[in-house]
Design a protein around this ligand. Structure first.
Ligand SMILES: [Zn+2]
Length: 491
């Protein structure tokens, strides 16, 4: 080692204690609390949530309600205070829902000359889950109609964009992609919501709307509309349809993205689609919430909300969508944090409320409801932490509000101890694909959103089972979050 290096090293040794004090050594009592977080707890909680007993936790359905009561029981067992002294841990809100019992879909591709020269209709029976799925808010029916391709399925004359211009869709099925011609443009957001797209197609007289997705996935995010039968087909299935115009799904999508102008046309292919479903307009959804009181007589009137969505897509057509990663894993992290804060000897200055939201998969229903009906008795919500999909991978990503800087400082300080967050980005706006932090962000409440780095391969599929989850990643995310929340709540 040369002299210069020795001097530098000497200086580093001298300033090291100061640096680590500034950065904030983790206090012994917090180290102890973090060490007490056992990754097996979130794993076991997620396993229970993803079990067949709770039927995929579709908000409004009895499987969800049963799961909500089970979680409320855990909050009680761990000593959390109930959301309302009178009504307990459950916050009810209206939540209509639909169950799909049976469905079949058959494609009739245009006539081709057969061996004897006579036209032959090519008939393709589609397989549920592999080739197609009804959207989980479809009305019952049995209808055959021609297909019409309508780009992104957007009619926005006010933005000088209309996929339906010059198109006759009455008595036909509208075929389209999910997305917008300009993904970065906020004005298109409203038109990218499933509800807007369904209503547009219905109002123009379509029998239903058929989404093209890379892979078919569960989707309960929409309203039941009388006589309207929406569904989703895979890109592979759509490729079979586009053969009649010598094109492919990839080619059409690329053209829409490149030219940003509508590409719409009628097709000769016909679709026979039947659904048997049950709609429950009077369903009730529940947020599950319990809290831990802060230690400071004044600051305990301020609240930090720690939440994640408890619901998933349910059971339809005899298929269970267990939602282990999405979002039994995030709910399990929230519950683990609830237990850790409730049973820890040292409490931070501010109070912390733990919430398992209903209806996220239906369009952020539970978190919107809570944001509009904030718990009484608190002066303000100082921050909101959201957990959505924490079960797969070996690292975490974090996205947070720019203000206050204490948010980022708390997360960075916590991560010095746990070292699991691989990147932090600043949230500038929320889009239609946001999670439960969105209603709070829109109210100006500082938010932090955490997720594991994936791969989340079975997203909204029957394969999202407990076997995909890794206890260690849930444990590490719970640990880094415990410290982040503590630092923020105690400053
Ligand atoms: Zn989710």
């Amino acid at each position: 080692m040369n002299r210069k290096a020795r001097i530098i090293l000497g200086c580093l040794i001298l300033i090291w204690p100061a640096v680590s004090l500034l950065a904030g050594e983790t206090p012994a009592h917090l180290k102890k609390a973090v060490a007490a977080i056992d990754p097996i707890l979130p794993y076991q909680l997620a396993r229970t949530m993803a079990s067949a007993e709770f039927a995929g936790r579709l908000t409004g359905d009895e499987g969800y309600t049963k799961a909500a009561r089970w979680a409320a029981g855990k909050f009680k067992e761990w000593g959390l205070k109930p959301l309302e002294a009178k009504t307990g841990y459950l916050q009810p809100y209206p939540s209509p829902y639909t169950l799909i019992d049976e469905s079949a879909m058959t494609l009739y591709l245009p006539d081709k000359p057969g061996q004897d020269g006579q036209p032959v209709n090519q008939k393709i029976e589609l397989k549920p889950e592999k080739d197609f799925l009804p959207l989980f808010f479809s009305d019952s029916g049995d209808k055959t109609g021609e297909l019409v391709f309508a780009g992104w399925g957007i009619s926005a004359p006010e933005l000088n964009y209309d996929d339906y211009a010059g198109l006759e869709v009455k008595g036909k099925y509208v075929l389209c992609f999910r997305g917008t011609p300009e993904p970065g443009r906020a004005e298109f957001q409203y038109h990218d919501e499933h509800r807007t797209r369904m209503k547009t197609a219905r109002d123009k007289g379509a029998l239903g709307l058929i989404y093209i997705y890379p892979q078919v996935q569960a989707n309960p995010n929409g309203d039941w509309l009388q006589g309207f039968m929406p569904a989703m087909i895979s890109e592979k299935t759509a490729d079979a349809i586009f053969k009649e115009i010598n094109s492919t799904t990839a080619e059409l999508k690329k053209a829409l993205q490149t030219y940003r102008r509508p590409i719409s046309f009628p097709l000769k292919s016909k679709l026979a689609y039947s659904v048997k479903s049950r709609h429950f307009p009077e369903g009730t959804g529940y947020n599950v919430a319990g809290w831990v009181e802060g230690s400071d007589p004044k600051l305990k009137k301020e609240l930090i909300i720690v939440g994640g969505h408890f619901d998933h897509c349910g059971r339809h057509l005899g298929l269970l969508f267990p939602g282990a990663d999405d979002n039994a894993s995030g709910s399990a992290v929230v519950m683990t944090l609830a237990r850790a804060f409730s049973t820890s000897q040292s409490k931070p200055k501010r109070s912390i409320m733990f919430v398992l939201f209903g209806g996220e998969e239906m369009g952020l229903m539970g978190s919107n409801y809570l944001a509009e009906h904030l718990p009484a008795g608190f002066t303000q919500v100082a921050a909101m932490f959201n957990f959505d999909m924490e079960g797969e991978g070996d690292g975490a990503w974090c996205s947070l509000s720019a203000e206050p800087p204490a948010l980022r400082e708390a997360v960075e300080r916590a991560n010095q101890e746990i070292d699991i967050i691989r990147g932090i980005n600043v949230m500038r706006r929320v889009g239609v694909r946001g999670s439960d932090f969105a209603p709070f962000f829109l109210k100006g409440i500082p938010v932090v959103s955490l997720g594991s780095n994936g791969p989340h391969l079975a997203y909204h599929g029957t394969g999202d089972t407990i076997y995909r989850l890794n206890p260690e990643i849930m444990g590490d995310i719970a640990r880094v979050s415990f410290l982040s929340i503590y630092y923020l709540a105690d400053r």
